[in-house]
Design a protein around this ligand. Structure first.
Ligand code: TRP
Length: 439
C-alpha cells in the first residue's frame, strides 16, 4: 500500500478550442469542486501536446491555452492549492511517452476509439485504411497514459468517451510494473454520471466538432442569443411539452437544483412557451456564470500573469516528475555504466511472479485473467459489467488467497485439474506478497 492516504486526482483539457458549457459542466465544475476536498491533491493541466494532434493552427493553440487557463482559474481553481500546469512545460512527459510506447501492444492501440473511428470512416468511403491518419492520433492514448502515470494519479475525472484511455493507461502501468518493478499507480476513471454529457444547440452532445456549443464566457448578450437558438419542437404556447429529449431541459437540469428542475418540468407540462423557457434557462445559467466573467476578462487581458502562474505550476509538477523519470530511466536500464546493475530490479524474481491482467472484450464486458510468469493462463474470469467489479474481484483474490478463490469459484471458467493446481499455488503466492506489502 502507498504510505499516504491522500488521493491524487488528475485531469487535462486539450487546448484546441474555447471552453463551452459542456466542458464546464462535464469537467471544469466537478473538478474544481473536487479540488477543494482537503484529502485530495489535484493535478490539472492544459494538454497542449494533445492539441497538436487535432490542430495545426499555432494561433489557435496559443489562444485556446490562454482561454482555458483563464476559464479554470475564473471558475474557482485555487492554483496555490493544486498543481496547475501546461503539459508542454514538462519535458519528462514525452520521455515517459516513449517508455510506455515500448510496453504497449500495437494491437491495443488499433482498438482505440478515436483511431478506429478514423479507420472505419476511411474504409466506409473506400479510401486507404490510414488516409489522413497521423501517427500522433494513433499514439494519443500513450501520451495520455504518460500524463496520468507521471503523477501517480489515483483518480482521473473524464468524459465517458475517455474511459477507454484510462483503461489503457492502467494496462500500460501494469505491463511496465510487471517488467520493471512496481513504479506506477494504476489509475481509475471517474465519470460524473449525472452531468457528464450536455446536449448542444442542435440536441446532439455539445462538442466543438458539431459546431453546436455555447461558449462558457461569451458576453451575456451573446449567450442569451445562443440559448434562444437551441432547437425545440414546434409546439405552441399552452401546449404541454415533453421533457424527454428536450435539450433545453437537459441543459437546465445541469445548472439547477432538484426543486428548480421539478418546477421547470411542471412548467413544461403546463405548456410554457419555448421563448419563456429559454429565458428561464438563460437566467439560471447567467446566475452562476456572471460573477466569474469579470475575473475571466481580467486574466485574458493579462497573459503574462497567466504565464507566471503556469510556470510556477510546472515547477511544482517537475519536483515530482524529475526524480521520477530518473527512477524510471534507471529501472529500464538507461543508467550510468558505472552504476551497480545487480543492486536493482531483481528482474528474474519479478518476472517469476504471476499477475492479473484486466481488459475489455468486444461484448463490452470487463474481464481479467491470472497468468503465470511464462504467460500460461491460470484463471479466466467471466465478464463483469464494470472495471470496478472486476477490480474488486481481483482485490479479494489478492487479499483472500485460496479462501477467496473457492468462494468466488462461480466467477471463473472451469479449469482442468493441472491448471487448477497451478492457480491455487499462484493465488497463494500473490496473497503472501500482498500481505507483506501491507505490513
Ligand atoms: N484526452 C482528454 C480529452 O480529450 C484530454 C487529456 C489529455 C486528459 N491527457 C489527459 C484527460 C490525461 C485526463 C488525463 O478530454
Amino acid at each position: 500500500m502507498t504510505s499516504t492516504t491522500r488521493t491524487r486526482v488528475l485531469t487535462g483539457i486539450t487546448t484546441t478550442g474555447t471552453p463551452h458549457l459542456g466542458n464546464y459542466v462535464g469537467a471544469i465544475r466537478p473538478t474544481v469542486q473536487a479540488s477543494r476536498n482537503a484529502n485530495t491533491d489535484g493535478f490539472y493541466f492544459l494538454a497542449d501536446y494533445h492539441a497538436l494532434i487535432k490542430c495545426d493552427d499555432p494561433v489557435r493553440i496559443q489562444r485556446s491555452t490562454l482561454e482555458i487557463a483563464a476559464s479554470w482559474i475564473a471558475s474557482g481553481l485555487d492554483t496555490d492549492k493544486v498543481t496547475f500546469y501546461r503539459q508542454s512545460d514538462i519535458p519528462e512527459i514525452p520521455e515517459l511517452t516513449w517508455f510506455l510506447t515500448c510496453v504497449t501492444g500495437k494491437g491495443v492501440l488499433n482498438r482505440a476509439h478515436a483511431y478506429k473511428a478514423a479507420v472505419d470512416k476511411n474504409n466506409a468511403a473506400g479510401h486507404d485504411t490510414d488516409t489522413d491518419v497521423t501517427a500522433g492520433l494513433f499514439m494519443y492514448p500513450v501520451l495520455m497514459g504518460a500524463d496520468i502515470l507521471m503523477f501517480k494519479a489515483h483518480k482521473v475525472p473524464v468524459g465517458r468517451d475517455q474511459i477507454q484511455h484510462i483503461e489503457m493507461a492502467r494496462d500500460m502501468a501494469s505491463s511496465f510494473n510487471h517488467l520493471y518493478g512496481e513504479h506506477f499507480v494504476l489509475p481509475e476513471a471517474v465519470v460524473e454520471e449525472s452531468v457528464a454529457l450536455l446536449p448542444g444547440l442542435d440536441g446532439r452532445k455539445m462538442s466543438k466538432s458539431y459546431d453546436n456549443t455555447i461558449p462558457l464566457f461569451a458576453p451575456a448578450a451573446q449567450m442569451r442569443k445562443q440559448i434562444a437558438s437551441i432547437v425545440t419542437d414546434s409546439k405552441a404556447p399552452g401546449e404541454a411539452k415533453n421533457i424527454e429529449g428536450s435539450a433545453l431541459f437537459q441543459i437546465y437540469q445541469a445548472f439547477a437544483s432538484a426543486e428548480e428542475t421539478a418546477a421547470l418540468a411542471q412548467a413544461y407540462a403546463d405548456g410554457i412557451a419555448w421563448g419563456d423557457a429559454k429565458k428561464v434557462l438563460f437566467e439560471r445559467i447567467d446566475r452562476e456564470i456572471a460573477p466569474m466573467r469579470a475575473q475571466y476578462q481580467e486574466l485574458i487581458n493579462n497573459p503574462a500573469k497567466l504565464d507566471q502562474i503556469l510556470l510556477a505550476g510546472a515547477d511544482k509538477a517537475r519536483q515530482m516528475a524529475t526524480p521520477f523519470i530518473k527512477e524510471l530511466r534507471h529501472a529500464v536500464g538507461l543508467r550510468a555504466l558505472s552504476s551497480d546493475s545487480s543492486a536493482t530490479a531483481p528482474k528474474d524474481s519479478k518476472v517469476a511472479l504471476p499477475s492479473f491482467k484486466q481488459y475489455r472484450e468486444k461484448d463490452g464486458r470487463f474481464y481479467f485473467k491470472l497468468i503465470d510468469a511464462q504467460g500460461q493462463l491460470l484463471l479466466q474470469s467471466c465478464g463483469f459489467t464494470s472495471p470496478k467489479e472486476a477490480g474488486h474481484a481481483i482485490g479479494r483474490l489478492q487479499s483472500g488467497g485460496l479462501g477467496a478463490l473457492i468462494e468466488l469459484n462461480h466467477l471463473f471458467e472451469p479449469l482442468d485439474q493441472e491448471a487448477q493446481g497451478l492457480a491455487v499455488k499462484n493465488i497463494e503466492i500473490i496473497r503472501s506478497i500482498s500481505e507483506k506489502s501491507t505490513k
